[in-house]
Unconditional design. Structure first.
Length: 162
């Protein structure tokens, strides 16, 4: 059976891959930001694949942090998380200064709106891309703050690319 620290490190490695891919996508996309309806419609398949990558990796990073990393941090701090709701976990992590609960919930809400939007309205699609592009920095900041917390407060050295 894997020890929780090893599993935790593997999940952080997964998060790091998502973060790296977000950075790569943003670097490529930055060439045509701010995006307009006309510029969006003129994008190549390769360009739109970077937009898809940004949205996908944003979702995966947020899911892994929220579902795996956040509860594991409390477990590693010897706290019982079995009966805690997502909000309870976020409240405790906010007390520990890992994440701002309201910021996390807002990012989650925005992500859910965008992830489920299959609009034929190109203007809405362009607006959604702009939102994800902008808020991805907040998510990356939360991820890096989480890694720093693990290093400084839990003594777990993580090999991540910053």
């Amino acid at each position: 059976m894997k020890d929780i620290r090893q599993t935790f490190k593997e999940k952080i490695f997964e998060c790091d891959k998502h973060a790296q891919k977000i950075e790569i996508a943003k670097k490529h996309i930055s060439a045509f930001i701010p995006l307009t309806v006309n510029s969006y419609q003129a994008l190549s398949e390769i360009d739109t694949s970077f937009i898809d990558q940004l949205i996908y990796r944003f979702s995966k990073l947020q899911d892994t942090l929220g579902e795996k990393i956040f509860p594991s941090i409390l477990t590693l701090a010897h706290e019982d998380v079995k009966k805690k709701t997502c909000i309870d976990i976020l409240n405790r992590l906010e007390e520990l200064e890992v994440v701002n609960k309201n910021e996390w919930l807002k990012l989650r809400e925005m992500r859910n709106e965008i992830a489920h939007e299959y609009s034929f309205n190109t203007e809405e699609v362009v607006d959604s891309i702009a939102i994800i592009y902008k808020i991805s920095e907040q998510l990356l900041d939360i991820y890096h703050k989480t890694v720093t917390f693990c290093d400084e407060r839990l003594g777990i050295k993580l090999e991540v690319i910053k």
